[in-house]
Design a protein around this ligand. Structure first.
Ligand code: MGD
Ligand code: MGD
Ligand code: MO
Length: 772
């Protein structure tokens, strides 16, 4: 066991090298509060990591009813004992004195303490009024990728079923909407094809817009251990910055932000031109080859080099690496999902994998990554603008199935148009058609683009804003009612990571004050609203985490995300990958190993969209294109970004993360080690640009876009010339309550991908100046 006292200076810890096909060695990391030893611990409560999507198995140390530390779970399939730096220290936020402990309601303009009865009565009476006056479309729910499966399923049932509103989405729209959209586009349905164990076998690992070193540090440790062992894999990194991934890479491509699709089309061009194509696989398992080959025919490396500002020879080398690989694993994340032509570029990665027949075999596949710990569950349960169980809202038979399951009338479940995406929900609130918005476990006043606009929407009088959080966030400050929530470690439930591994997360301690679990809050609302099914029985029919999980299992039966082989008891032994059924009790390591896809017209989750315009495809069109439910090769043409650098705003601005902070810092900002490691916002500037603007390391600079300005300290780093990078973690208050404009989203643009509707946090034009 290593106590990892050096985790701040060395987030990845010591190497445990291994070779291809060998088991990844165990290394158990732990951290206990000062003065506490393992012998003092009363009990260890199994859970999983909650500050990223890796799903590392953990155990929380409990002493005298308090969390006093954490250690990695040696036997867990995901991390083999390792713990990410944020998880080593982040648990301290649970016991922060800043936790909300009572409901708050707005009286005479001020948020003041209230009883649960008073707060919930307000929410219920406003809901009833709006349902009577305007109908279900007046009410919207904006949730998270950080609650538990049982909580999302309950919210989905209440919102889609009992209330019948189409306005239900998660912050997963900002996060993994493109992952879902690209999987649906290529495979007919959401669901991660590959497994983390593919890192153990791959001979080439390609990371597309994915700074795994800082954002999935345990997955990165697995890759580093392969690199340190015999017969290491070659690494390809596609990122405009010199990230730790780029520094470890065999080939680093640093495209201009917003040009991913041009680069991908050139890589596809090379693969087709050199015939690095697995024709047997392509003929047997896919549709669309001819169209793809035709579209990329003119996309030469020279053509892409002009657009991406990457040498053509390096594009050729990268294509050869992909083309000659024997076991190719690709990962994709926000550098693609939040950038221009997000879905088309992410689908292009799927195209590479399909052309090369790299699916369903050890070391092969694609990880369209998740970001948040439970984003997978938001999608599965249908709390994010999908229908429960990856059902297809445009397929009446799927809606009927759900209505039967819930014992509700089919017409009550909205399916007359695509579910409303988050950016559209905020638009409806802006123009006054949506009058109540219930926000759970997300902080949109910091995390949505174009914050000046978002603040004005959330602070309108006519919008009744309910905020359910553990802290008094920037968003809570704008609420009419604040509901104090229990967090991870204070409630029980399951959650699923990016490679479909389901973990049970146990309740280790009681939540502070009067705070309650999100499940209890949603169910309390349902009972007070007196929702009933067709037979007059209370709806939802479940009452606690385990009965909610059992209900969810029924909803998942027969769908790709089938949980019917799992129980709480079974999960106490460690994480298991779905689908897990009575026939496959050990779960499923890789999807599509049999060359069969979830894409049949009667089974698929969507009929798809045009990748450039987002225009939806008709069911009949889909059936004609893919009658047998094969995987789909879908090419798309590159078009330039809508806000390219200009003389007035000469830089391309991108935003993202640091290894020490999580999102809007409600947790990591309250763990002293993590806060101290990155307490303030900074801007990364290339050496050439710093010189040209008379900026030195540590100077104060102002970054301006057409939306606003942010002041940040300069860090001169390896980033391509003409590009600026801002971390988005810092809200507009600093720790002593002073207001500064330091949130990256003061600068970002109100624009989204036409297919996934994910906002473009990584493509905007900006100016840079020195603050004197
Ligand atoms: N430490 C830490 N870890 C986290 C989180 C956190 O807040 N902190 N959050 C979790 C969540 S929810 C998520 S979604 C993930 C996100 O994980 P990542 O996607 O790995 O993180 P980001 O920093 O948002 O973006 C990744 C990279 O995209 C690059 N990039 C920007 N624009 C472009 C572009 O146009 N093209 C290309 N190719 N690259 C571009 C950036 O330089 C950046 O290095 O991390 C998860 N893990
Ligand atoms: N500029 C820019 N903006 C971005 C991004 C970017 O890269 N650049 N990334 C985007 C991405 S990928 C993401 S995921 C979002 C994240 O954006 P947010 O979701 O807004 O960020 P968090 O700080 O994680 O907010 C989660 C909230 O839930 C609360 N919470 C934690 N646990 C619980 C619980 O169990 N119950 C309840 N009720 N509350 C809880 C926390 O206190 C916190 O306030 O930001 C997006 N915004
Ligand atoms: Mo995310």
């Amino acid at each position: 066991m290593s106590t990892r006292n050096d985790a701040i200076t060395d987030p990845w810890g010591p190497r445990t090298p291994y070779g291809p096909g060998q088991p990844w060695p165990v290394r158990v990391d732990s951290h206990l509060a000062d003065g506490v030893t393992e012998d003092d611990v009363d009990r260890w409560v199994p859970t999983a990591a909650v500050l990223h999507s890796n799903g590392d198995g953990l155990e929380l140390a409990v002493k005298d009813g308090r969390i006093v530390g954490v250690r990695g779970w040696a036997g867990d399939r995901v991390n083999h004992g390792r713990v990410d730096v944020k998880d080593l220290y982040g648990w301290q936020a649970n016991a922060s004195p800043d936790r909300l402990t009572t409901p708050l309601v707005r009286r005479d303009g001020e948020l003041t303490e209230a009883s649960w009865d008073e707060a919930m009565s307000l929410v219920v009476s406003r809901s009833r009024e709006l349902l009577d006056e305007q109908g279900p479309g007046a009410i919207g729910f904006y949730t998270s990728g950080q609650l538990f499966c049982e909580e999302y399923y309950t919210l989905a049932a209440i919102a889609h079923g009992a209330i019948g509103t189409n306005h239900v989405d998660g912050n997963t729209r900002l996060c993994t909407a493109t992952a879902a959209a690209s999987l649906k586009a290529s495979f007919g349905c959401d669901g991660q094809p590959a497994s983390y164990t593919d890192v153990d076998h791959a001979d080439v690992i390609a990371l597309f817009g994915h700074n795994a070193a800082e954002t999935q540090s345990v997955l990165w440790a697995r890759m580093l251990d392969r690199l340190a062992g015999p017969n290491p894999p070659a690494l390809l990194c596609v990122d405009p910055r010199e990230t730790p991934v780029a520094r470890a890479a065999t080939i680093h491509l640093a495209p201009m932000p917003g040009t991913n699709l041009a680069l991908m089309n050139a890589l596809l061009h090379e693969i087709v031109a050199h015939d690095w194509v697995d024709h047997d696989f392509v003929d047997r398992c896919t549709v669309g080859y001819g169209k793809l080959a035709g579209l990329v025919e003119d996309c030469t490396p020279e053509w892409a080099a002009e657009i991406c500002h990457v040498p053509a020879a390096r594009i050729r080398d990268a294509a050869a690496l992909l083309g000659r690989s024997e076991r190719l694993l690709c990962t994709v994340l926000q550098g693609f999902y939040q950038s221009h032509q997000a879905s088309a570029a992410s689908v292009a990665v799927n195209n590479v994998v399909l052309l090369r027949g790299m699916l369903g075999k050890p070391g092969c596949g694609v990880l369209q990554m998740n970001g948040q710990p439970t984003a997978e569950n938001t999608r599965e349960c249908g709390a994010d603008g999908d229908l429960t169980g990856f059902r297809n809202w445009a397929n009446d038979a799927h809606v009927a199935e759900l209505a039967k399951l819930w014992n509700l009338d089919q017409i009550q479940i909205p399916h007359y148009s695509p579910p409303t995406h988050a950016m559209q929900m905020f638009r409806y609130a802006e123009n006054g058609t949506m009058r109540m918005l219930w926000v759970s476990a997300t902080n949109p006043a910091v995390s949505l683009p174009d914050l000046r606009r978002i603040r004005s929407i959330l602070s309108q009088d006519r919008l009744f804003l309910v905020v359910q959080d553990a802290f008094r966030t920037e968003t809570a400050e704008l609420a009419d009612v604040v509901l104090p929530a229990a967090m991870w470690g204070e409630k029980t439930g399951v959650f699923t990571n990016a490679d479909r591994t389901v973990h049970l997360s146990g309740k280790a301690v009681d939540p502070p004050g009067q705070s309650r679990s999100d499940l209890d809050i949603f169910l309390d609302y349902a009972r007070r609203m007196d929702f009933r099914d067709r037979d007059g029985a209370p709806f939802p029919s479940w009452n606690d985490p385990e009965s909610a999980f059992e209900a969810w299992k029924e909803a998942s039966a027969g769908r790709p995300c089938d949980y019917t082989g799992l129980t709480y008891d079974k999960l106490r032994g460690g994480g298991i990958q779905w689908p897990c059924t009575p026939e496959r009790p050990e779960g499923t390591e890789r999807l599509y190993a049999d060359g069969k896809f979830f894409a049949h017209p009667d089974y698929c989750e969507v009929y798809g969209r045009d990748l450039v315009t987002g225009a939806p495809m008709e069911p009949t069109e889909y059936r004609a294109m893919n009658p047998d439910g094969k995987a789909m090769l879908k090419p798309a043409e590159y078009v330039p970004p809508h806000e390219p650098p200009s003389p007035e705003f000469p830089f391309a601005l991108i935003t993202g993360r640091t290894v020490y902070q999580f999102h809007t810092r409600t947790k990591t900002g309250r763990a002293p080690e993590l806060n101290d490691a990155a307490p303030e916002v900074w801007v990364e500037v290339s050496e050439q640009d710093a010189k040209a603007h008379d900026l030195s390391e540590g100077d104060f600079a102002e970054i301006t876009t057409p939306r606003g300005a942010v002041r940040a300290r300069v860090r001169i780093r390896g980033i391509r010339e003409g590009v600026l990078f801002l971390p988005f973690h810092y809200g507009y208050w600093d720790t002593d309550g002073g207001e500064h404009h330091r949130a990256a989203n003061e600068l970002t643009i109100t624009e989204w991908d036409p297919v996934s509707k994910q906002p473009l946090f990584k493509t905007a034009a900006a100016a840079l100046g020195r603050v004197r």
